[in-house]
Design a protein around this ligand. Structure first.
Ligand SMILES: Nc1ncnc2c1ncn2[C@@H]1O[C@H](COP(=O)(O)OP(=O)(O)OP(=O)(O)O)[C@@H](O)[C@H]1O
Ligand SMILES: *[C@@H]1O[C@H](CO)[C@@H](O)[C@H](O)[C@H]1NC(C)=O
Ligand SMILES: *[C@@H]1O[C@H](CO)[C@@H](O)[C@H](O)[C@H]1NC(C)=O
Ligand SMILES: *[C@@H]1O[C@H](CO)[C@@H](O)[C@H](O)[C@H]1NC(C)=O
Ligand SMILES: *[C@@H]1O[C@H](CO)[C@@H](O)[C@H](O)[C@H]1NC(C)=O
Ligand SMILES: *[C@@H]1O[C@H](CO)[C@@H](O)[C@H](O)[C@H]1NC(C)=O
Ligand SMILES: *[C@@H]1O[C@H](CO)[C@@H](O)[C@H](O)[C@H]1NC(C)=O
Ligand SMILES: [Mg+2]
Length: 670
């Protein structure tokens, strides 16, 4: 290795000349990678952990500088000429885009390390718009420019140039080399993301400057790409610094230097190519290869995400889909969104199921916004028929508040489903307390009497006090709910109407609950306040006797509660009909009053039944019950009718019923 010999030789000379070892070392050096090196860095420049000198990092409008730390003496003596020197370096440009990059890098020799006044972009971090071309710059540079700048009369966007105090190159050429064998020019793309080597040499005698470049694995081509003469003695200061400068503009790139060598008055020592670090795997080629793998996956994942989102949205839409029609606009305030109800009941979970009845399931819920407790009744509903009238009625009733009605808060409609939202009644329905079921304590007499009164107030309100007559149609113990003060409240008012096809005389089925149905309902199919009174009569007997309207088990005796009570009365043992679970603790006169009133209300003939207003007067003892004898209640007739299943032909002349009962003041109605 001649270069090594020369180095040793000059070292020995330096030593023998006494005390100049540092200088001679500085005159000849090589960086085959920059790990552990003492380069002075500036701007965005950094040494990567793998030993690359990274001048810019891919961010726009940056500049970066790196300097060999010690100044070099280019002049032999203070006023002498600049000596011959030789430089080689390896660089690479990793472009963000395949055919667009900015702005380039330059090797330079400069009088100081202070480049704070230099501009990025086309000035390559070396000069600025004011000092460009100024001979006081004392800068010599070799630029590798990837942007064609017209101000600087760049020949193209892939050139190498010799710059003296001026970024307008004194000579430039398309990047490449002359092939040693053929002599043909081979173009090199600066932004090919490949490492390339550049050689710069200056001869003191001829002041010739040669610049050569080639791809990394190639030996230095014999014919220089650029060759010019310029007396650098008039340019360079002594001492001067050598280094690299780079800048990005609006288009960015990563500019790297992999190795550098320098020789004063000698050939630059060869850079050990094998030691150079690998370029980052973020290079365009690598990136595109990664893209080739990642992109399809990313697209697949993206599509999957889109499909999932859409199907989720569709499912969500289906799940929360509602039915809304124009006529409902006026009930807007009473309308709940299905989603709110869904959330309130935790998705209609079984654990929130309060019970189920003839119309559907009832769920407990808590509205997320107001934190108020609700009961949601889901009513299956096949046809739209009657829904409009029903909602009109139910909402108008819901409008009016009454302490003995379960407040209807609103509704929601879905295909085949109607949801009714009520106030939640913490103590559930009355039936659970009457028959000693579910371990609930039975209610004492005072409570029962109170509840009977509450229900009569509620019914009176429905029949007479609200804007229009509302027929409940389904009075029974399970539709009487107990609020937190154990007051009775009537629920489910008007609901039966949904299934009752209006006043259609041909309607074949009657709505209500067996045991509570007035006989004329079976005949005419038409509900009236008096059919409610009938059911109310059965209800109060139920409450007083603690038995279901149709008694179970005892086939031999009267299966109908009404008949059974009537039988007791007939035998003069009315008081025996009172619930034994009360263990004799009750007001006998009140109990008898209720039993008699119950019988009166559930009289088969409508004109004997009292109105709810009269019922209240009896209950409040404002008026005595009409003096009825059991016989006057036409026991036989009653028994006949009820046993034969409400046959409409049993009573051919209902008006004749007057002859069986004392009707004074009773059949007046309203
Ligand atoms: N607002 C409410 N608050 C608390 N519990 C209620 C409420 N509404 C209904 N429930 C409970 O849900 C159960 C079922 O009620 P649902 O009205 O569906 O059936 P039902 O009253 O037995 O028969 P019907 O369908 O004839 O009214 C009731 O027994 C009651 O315990
Ligand atoms: C780097 O420079 C510092 C002071 O500038 C010096 O102390 C140190 O020895 C140098 N290291 C190398 C490897 O040149
Ligand atoms: C590049 O350097 C700049 C300034 O130091 C910094 O803001 C930016 O985050 C860096 N970019 C990358 C990709 O490291
Ligand atoms: C170098 O030149 C400067 C002026 O150009 C002069 O002042 C100085 O004396 C010279 N020094 C030597 C050592 O010749
Ligand atoms: C660098 O040069 C600028 C002017 O270009 C000057 O303002 C600044 O003080 C200099 N910094 C140093 C450290 O010399
Ligand atoms: C420049 O290149 C020419 C042609 O190869 C050669 O003759 C000359 O010596 C070179 N000069 C320097 C300074 O390398
Ligand atoms: C270069 O310039 C210096 C000073 O300007 C001069 O002394 C020297 O002779 C010149 N060299 C050549 C080869 O002209
Ligand atoms: Mg009910």
């Amino acid at each position: 290795m001649p270069s090594k010999k020369i180095m040793f030789f000059s070292l020995i000379i330096g030593l023998s000349l006494a005390g100049c070892s540092a200088e001679s070392e500085d005159d000849r050096f090589v960086y085959s990678g920059f790990t552990g090196s003492n380069l002075t860095l500036d701007g965005n420049a950094r040494i990567t952990p793998s030993g690359l000198l990274e001048l810019t990092n891919g961010t726009v409008r940056l500049k970066g500088h790196a300097f060999h730390p010690n100044p070099l003496r280019f002049h032999k003596s203070p006023n002498g000429t600049v000596q011959s020197f030789s430089v080689s370096f390896v660089f690479a440009i990793l472009s963000t885009y395949p055919d667009l990059s900015g702005h380039g890098l330059a090797f330079f020799i400069a009088p100081s390390k202070n480049f704070s006044g230099a501009f990025p972009t086309q000035y390559l971090g070396l000069l600025n718009d004011r000092n460009n071309g100024d001979t006081n710059n004392h800068i010599f540079a070799v630029e590798l420019d990837t942007v064609q700048n017209y101000d600087l009369e760049d020949i193209n966007d892939n050139h190498i140039g010799i710059d003296i105090n001026n970024l307008h190159s004194m000579q430039s050429h398309d990047a490449g080399y002359y092939d040693d064998n053929s002599g043909i020019f081979q173009r090199l793309a600066l932004i090919s993301n490949q490492a390339m080597q550049v050689w710069v040499s200056y001869d003191r005698e001829t002041t010739q400057i040669n610049v050569t470049m080639a791809q990394l694995n190639l030996a230095k081509p014999a014919r220089p790409l650029l060759s010019t003469t310029y007396n650098l003695s008039t340019v360079l200061t002594s001492p001067a610094y050598i280094g690299f400068s780079s800048s990005t503009g609006t288009v960015s790139a990563r500019h790297y230097v992999l190795g550098l060598s320098f020789g004063m008055n000698s050939l630059a020592p060869p850079i050990d190519i094998g030691k150079l670090s690998e370029l980052p795997r973020l290079g365009q080629k690598v990136q595109s290869r990664t893209l080739q793998i990642i992109l399809p996956i990313a697209i697949a994942v993206f599509l999957l995400a889109v499909i999932t989102t859409i199907s989720l949205l569709v499912r969500r839409n289906l799940r929360y889909a509602e039915l809304r029609e124009d006529w409902e606009v006026e009930y807007g305030p009473h309308r709940f969104s299905y989603k709110d109800l869904f959330d309130a009941t935790e998705g209609f979970k079984d654990k929130n199921l309060l019970g189920s009845g003839g119309f559907g399931k009832v769920y407990k819920g808590v509205l997320t916004k107001s934190r108020s407790e609700i009961a949601v009744k889901m009513v299956a509903q096949d046809s739209n028929q009657g829904i409009k009238e029903f909602i009109a009625e139910i909402v108008s009733v819901g409008h009016l508040q009454h302490r003995n009605l379960v407040q209807l808060l609103g509704y929601c409609r879905r295909k085949g489903e109607l949801l009714l939202v009520y106030d939640y009644m913490p103590n559930g329905s009355l039936d659970k307390y009457l028959y000693g079921k579910e371990g609930k304590p039975t209610l004492d007499w005072a409570r029962r009497f109170q509840i009977i009164k509450c229900v009569s107030y509620g019914l009176l309100y429905l029949h007479e006090e609200c804007e229009k007559v509302v027929i409940h149609r389904d009075i029974k113990a399970s539709n009487v709910l107990l609020d937190n003060e154990i007051n009775g409240r009537i629920g489910d008012f008007g609901l039966a109407r949904l299934y009752d096809h209006g006043s259609d005389p041909e309607a074949t089925h009657v709505v209500g609950t067996i045991g509570y149905l007035a006989p004329e309902l079976a005949r005419t199919g038409k509900a009236s306040p008096l059919t409610d009174v009938f059911a109310f009569g059965v209800f109060i007997l139920e409450v007083t006797c603690g038995q279901k309207p149709i008694k179970k088990g005892r086939e031999d005796s009267q299966p109908m509660l009404v008949d059974w009570v009537l039988e007791h009365w007939h035998k003069g043992s009315l008081i025996d009909a009172v619930d034994i679970k009360l263990q004799g603790e009750y007001d006998a006169s009140e109990a008898c009053l209720v039993l008699k009133l119950g019988l009166l209300c559930s009289h088969p003939f409508t004109n004997i039944r009292p109105t709810m207003r009269q019922v209240m007067q009896y209950l409040n003892k404002e008026m005595p019950l009409p003096d009825l004898m059991p016989t006057h209640l036409s026991f036989c007739m009653l028994a006949l009718m009820q046993n034969e299943g409400f046959s409409p032909y049993t009573i051919s002349h209902p008006s004749s019923a007057t002859s069986f009962g004392t009707t004074s003041g009773l059949s007046g109605g309203r």
